[in-house]
Design a protein around this ligand. Structure first.
Ligand code: TXA
Ligand code: MG
Length: 319
């Protein structure tokens, strides 16, 4: 089977209603979707991604949908965050209702809910009688896809259809927020900047680095990882330290010259971190697929989406 790439939401809906998976576009990254209510359909996601069964899926709901259909309790701050940032790249983890089966949340009694901002996906959700469970549409541990072609390259032989919504305009997975009682806690840095959330919540407790915590496997130290070695640091120093290697460089706004640089990715010539985020995963993929022997990446400014970019680069470099 080779996946068809197309823009047909009716076909996508029919597949999903019949219990199949389909790849879907979102504003963050492409997802591998199935009926969130169906144990059999959700099991296919885990199989295809080779994803460990302890890793919970995010449930995507349509605009106008009431989160209380899926969760037992919504803290007041969560309501404010939903009003401000939904639809958009923010996932909120709350105590789940029984309508969401245990397999979808990998046995957790909470569910991550997200209302995506992508128009084509919203149209699809609006004609479905169920929400969509969807992790990023990549084999477990690899770089997330930001185009239909990326999905095809890695999962094309395992899925029937890829709904093509164009390149993702955020480019990083959603920011994930959970709660301890009524107090918000940041679980994953992502496409919504920490500063924006803190305008509503005040200073956030951050809990993103416990690699052994099975409740947040996206936080595993090694994740989003290319097959090649990736080193983060001062590019000129790293070039000097690796004179005999073919190099692919990922940098923010500056470009570097050296004989052994065979590929160079400047993520935003204007120095715009949101633009850099859009291009990050594509650059990582191209570097990984190139003839380069190592990938060198700059450390990005630790502000706005730069934090999430650094987080992904760190995990990509860990081995
Ligand atoms: O932007 C995104 O979030 C994309 C698009 C497709 O929506 N999805 C995505 O899913 O990145 P995935 O499965 O690759 O990452 C989801 C992360 C996992 O690390 C998982 O542990 C965490 O969300 N998560 C989901 N439900 C959770 C829960 N109930 N408690 C704690 N963490 C949860
Ligand atoms: Mg993922």
């Amino acid at each position: 089977m080779d996946a068809e790439i197309g823009t047909d939401i009716t076909k996508s809906a029919e597949l999903l209603k019949s219990g199949s998976v389909a790849a879907i576009p979102t504003e963050t990254v492409y997802g591998l979707a199935a009926n969130a209510y169906s144990e059999e359909a959700v099991a296919k996601i885990f199989e295809i991604k080779e994803r460990p069964f302890f890793d919970p899926l995010i449930v995507h709901i349509k605009p106008g949908d009431d989160p209380k259909n899926y969760v037992a309790y919504v803290p007041p701050i969560a309501i404010k965050l939903m009003e401000r940032f939904w639809p958009g790249p923010l996932t909120i983890v709350l105590p789940k209702k029984d309508i969401i089966p245990d397999i979808t949340t990998a046995g957790q009694n909470t569910v991550g809910l997200r209302m995506p901002a992508h128009t084509l996906l919203q149209q699809l959700l609006s004609i479905l009688p169920f929400p969509l469970a969807a992790p990023s549409a990549n084999p477990f541990g690899y770089i997330s896809p930001t185009s239909a072609q990326h999905v095809f390259d890695q999962l094309g032989d395992k899925i029937p259809y890829i709904l093509d919504g164009g390149p993702c305009n955020v480019g990083l997975e959603s920011t994930i927020l959970g709660f301890e009682g009524d107090k918000p806690v940041l679980f994953r840095l992502g496409g919504l900047a920490l500063e924006e959330i803190e305008q509503i919540t005040g200073p956030l407790k951050i809990n993103i680095n416990q690699s052994s915590n099975p409740s947040a496997p996206g936080q595993l130290k090694s994740h989003y990882a290319p097959k090649k070695q990736l080193i983060i640091g001062d590019i000129e120093d790293l070039i000097k330290a690796n004179p005999a290697k073919r190099i692919s460089v990922i940098s923010f706004k500056q470009s570097y010259e050296a004989e052994n640089i065979i590929q160079s990715h400047v993520l935003s010539q204007e120095g715009n971190l949101s633009e850099a985020a859009v291009h990050l995963f594509k650059a990582l993929r191209e570097a990984d697929d190139s003839e380069a022997e190592i990938i060198l990446a700059e450390h990005f400014p630790e502000t706005g989406l730069g934090r999430a970019i650094n987080d992904r680069l760190r995990r990509a470099s860990f081995r």
